[in-house]
Design a protein around this ligand. Structure first.
Ligand code: PNW
Length: 489
């Protein structure tokens, strides 16, 4: 597939009347109340409290205090005109120890049940993520968490069943896993995310980055397929919802467009990041490029496993932030390599940056890449229904700016204008089937290993003064954009 043609944004592009838009968050990043009403630690509580793991030494103990402020969160969603809201459930609130023989915490279920009722009363449709990285810590200690296929899949299936039984009548859109790539690679290869396992012994006493990410990725796929099967057989008919997985993925441009090896490496980069998960789901097998490079280190699906995994998406959940320049590597791949034997760069051969800097080292905007990646996905996966479940940006130095400048967040406003415009073109000009869009994030929140300094919110959260929420300009611009783009009939 080529990356060279440059589609132009047109002003006449529009979205269909049934297009949905709103905002997204995740439990550990916003809820706080880390030890209230029976909640026990997740791997993120443990990891963030280990010195050196989070840049500013913070954790999610309080975060945005959303556990106590669901009313305020719904108020701002209403004010922004959101039609939908994506949030995640905290497994250790619902089954604090996590396992299939461990007690269920009714208070945890009641909290989410009431929140769902309040959202419906406000006319906002929920999109619910079952797992956004906050694995009950006990399951890590008990059997190695996501590394243990038999135990993890059985416990996750039990958790999902408990949730479908208790909350399923109030939810029509389920997401099984958020970004399995992050749990696999950042959690079990670089060690940047919980549980922080890596081959680097200066960072972790245990871990094997050459094997564990591929095992975890495989186990997450099997767990996803298992739970989709449970939902379809036991709940779908009476509850009438749909279910899918959310994958992260960036666009790739060749470092040297004249070099066919770099052009080819771009597809391989996307295969290692996205098709690792999407190919088994849509095509029933791992990508050839991964089988070739990883050999026996890539687990094999048993016939029973692949039967659950193949065809297991009612929709494709897409998280998208940025792009990179890709330079092919020659020679034998490093056994620790997770990217497809290539360099991931911020500048091309001539030293041109892919986009402006943000607060995050890994994130530089390049909006046209969003359109190109949407088309790439549509071509490879037979034009699936796509929900954009996250898209957004941090702003360089935002935490050090005066409030007035923070609220007038022109950089983020421009990001959303360009990215939403690129998506609208993908739909209107390229025929990609995107049906919903969720901006990341409703609130400034706990940005994992970057702590609170990287702010992704369209709402400023004043952490020093009672977690007060103040809208930034981008919050209102997003609504204006969708009002402009969505056809009335
Ligand atoms: C996603 N990377 O995470 C998550 O789903 C959100 O919870 C998070 O807040 C958001 O994006 C912004 O970071 C990512 O290093 C974390 O490439 C890190 C990376 C990508 C996505």
């Amino acid at each position: 597939m080529t990356t060279t043609e440059t589609p132009t944004t047109t002003t006449t592009s529009t979205l269909p009347p049934d297009f949905l838009w709103g905002f997204a968050t995740a439990s550990y990043q916003i809820e706080g109340a880390f030890d209230e009403d029976g909640r026990l630690p997740s791997i993120w509580d443990t990891f963030s409290k280990t010195p050196g793991k989070v840049e500013d030494g913070t954790n999610g103990d309080v975060a945005c205090d959303s556990y106590h402020r669901t009313g305020e969160d719904i108020e701002i969603l209403k004010k922004y005109g959101a039609k939908i809201y994506r949030f995640s459930l905290s497994w250790p609130r619902i089954i604090p120890l996590g396992g299939r023989n461990d007690p269920i915490n009714e208070k945890g279920l009641q909290f989410y049940s009431k929140f769902l009722d309040d959202l419906h009363a406000a006319g906002i449709e929920p999109f619910v993520t079952l797992f956004h990285w906050d694995l009950p810590d006990e399951l890590m200690k008990r059997y190695g968490g996501m590394l243990n296929k038999e135990e993890f899949v059985a416990d996750y299936a039990n958790y999902a069943r408990v949730v479908f039984n208790a909350l399923g009548s109030k939810v029509k859109h389920w997401i099984t896993f958020n970004e399995p790539w992050c749990s696999s690679v950042l959690g079990h290869n670089t060690g940047k995310h919980a549980p922080g396992r890596t081959s680097d012994r200066t960072k972790s006493p245990e871990g094997d980055g050459t094997r564990e990410p591929w095992i975890v990725g495989h186990n997450l796929l099997v767990a996803h397929g298992t739970v989709v099967d449970i939902y379809r057989r036991e709940f779908k008919e009476k509850q009438g919802g749909e279910i899918g997985i959310t994958l992260n993925g960036d666009w790739a441009e060749p470092w040297d467009p004249e070099n066919p090896a770099d052009v080819e490496a771009c597809d391989r980069k996307i295969e290692f990041a996205i098709s690792w998960f999407a190919d088994p789901i849509y095509h029933g097998k791992y990508p050839d490029s991964m089988v070739k490079q990883l050999g026996d280190r890539l687990p094999k699906f048993t016939p029973e496993e692949i039967a659950f995994v193949h065809g297991s998406n009612d929709f494709y959940g897409m998280n998208h932030y940025c792009e990179n320049y890709i330079r092919n590597r020659t020679g034998e791949p490093d056994p620790e390599d997770i990217a497809g034997n290539l360099d991931i760069l911020m500048e091309d051969k001539n030293g041109n940056p892919i986009g402006p800097e943000t607060q995050c080292e890994w994130l530089r905007p390049f909006p046209l890449g969003f359109r190109k990646l949407l088309k790439w996905l549509a071509d490879r996966y037979n034009n699936p229904k796509i929900y954009v479940t996250e898209n957004g940006t941090s702003v360089k130095g935002e935490s050090d700016k005066p409030l007035e400048e923070v609220l007038n967040d022109e950089f983020r406003v421009q990001y959303y204008r360009d990215y939403i415009g690129a998506m609208v073109d993908a739909v209107a000009q390229d025929g990609v089937n995107v049906k919903a869009y969720m901006a990341w994030s409703l609130l400034d929140n706990f940005e994992w290993s970057e702590g609170y300094r990287s702010r992704f919110g369209v709402t400023y959260v004043d952490y020093k003064n009672g977690q007060k929420r103040i809208p930034k300009k981008s919050a209102l611009v997003i609504g204006e954009l969708f009002n402009k783009y969505i056809r009335k009939e």
